[in-house]
Design a binder for this molecule. Structure first.
Ligand SMILES: C[S@@+](CC[C@H](N)C(=O)[O-])C[C@H]1O[C@@H](n2cnc3c(N)ncnc32)[C@H](O)[C@@H]1O
Length: 296
């Protein structure tokens, strides 16, 4: 807690506007570099590879983007408002021989197109993370986000670690918190399916509620409702289970599929005393709830 307060105080020690405006942009966060050991851990948590495209928001001397390129062959770019930082980052990229993989732009992070990213890193401030959150939630499902020291309010992290960082704050030392999220697909609403195990068709209507990556809901099977259990949403990958009667006998249903906008495509496993089947599962969206931040 002490280190977290110190980090907020250090990072907020410059009076900055709530949001840097397009004209006459002011930094939303001052420069404090992430210790190299923390950079390494952030990239390991995100499992970055040469197939990824990484964007660091407020890239400072470029260490996160340069390390990802050097260690994993990851392409990407950083943005920073401060031209001195951009010069340092470009020099850093030259020094480590990764200028073919990375670029640095003097640009406001709020005006940056993030759609190319598969991984986004940040070391900003709690209120800046919250300002960014709506934009981050609109990114492609499966996009990974890693934040040094600061969370996203009630969007709970999928993974979190705390580590010692001896060289933090110009060598003063301290703890670093790392938060990791996967952007969830939008599944809230009503979806319809038909399954045909053993040649007989059954109608399913799924009603999902969603708060970020946390899913709950019910399913109506041939008109009777039961709660779904063990629902998991990791990016676009959705799985859940329930037990419902088919032809008067309880049948365990295990569903897994990938959400692609208004369709889910996957498979369902059904097991009961008279049935054991694995069938294709296609669900179509029947209705939609627009804003996942507001759904409890
Ligand atoms: C805490 S430092 C983090 C630097 C680097 N990402 C790291 O982890 O070592 C934050 C950086 O964000 C930059 N910055 C602050 N507000 C910004 C904005 N609105 N747009 C772009 N860069 C910004 C600052 O100039 C600073 O270099």
């Amino acid at each position: 807690m002490f280190w977290k307060m110190l980090a907020v105080l250090v990072l907020a020690s410059v009076v900055v506007p709530a949001r840097a405006s397009a004209a006459g942009d002011q930094p939303s966060v001052p420069y404090v570099p992430t210790p190299q050991a923390v950079v390494d851990r952030m990239l390991a948590m995100a499992k970055v590879t040469a197939q990824d495209y990484l964007i660091d928001l407020g890239s400072g001397d470029g260490r996160i983007v340069v390390t990802a390129a050097k260690k994993y062959g990851t392409r990407g770019f950083g943005v920073d408002l401060n031209p001195v930082r951009i010069d340092e980052a470009n020099a850093n990229a030259r020094k480590h021989g990764v200028t073919d993989k990375v670029a640095f732009y003097q640009r406001n992070l709020f005006d940056t197109d993030l759609s190319q990213a598969t991984v986004i890193t940040m070391y900003l401030l709690p209120r800046v993370n919250l300002q960014l959150r709506p934009q981050l939630l609109e990114l492609k499902p499966g996009t990974r986000l890693v934040s040094h020291d600061f969370d996203m309010g009630d969007w709970k992290a999928d993974q979190y670690v705390r580590m010692d960082a001896n060289d933090k704050f110009s060598g003063a030392g301290g703890d670093s918190d790392i938060y990791f999220w996967v952007v969830p697909a939008k599944v809230a609403g009503v979806w319809g399916s038909r399954l045909t195990p053993a040649g007989k068709a059954h109608a399913y209507e799924f009603s999902f509620e969603q708060k970020y990556q946390v899913i709950s809901g019910t399913v109506r099977v041939n008109g009777r409702a039961v709660n779904i259990r063990n629902a998991k949403l990791n990016g676009a990958a959705l799985s859940f289970e329930f037990t419902a009667d088919l032809d008067g006998m309880p049948v365990k249903h295990e569903f897994r599929g990938r959400v692609d906008s208004d369709r889910i495509i996957g498979e369902a496993g059904l097991s009961g005393s008279r049935i054991a089947a694995r069938v294709e599962w296609i669900a179509e969206r029947a209705a939609r709830v627009a804003n996942m931040e507001t759904i409890d």
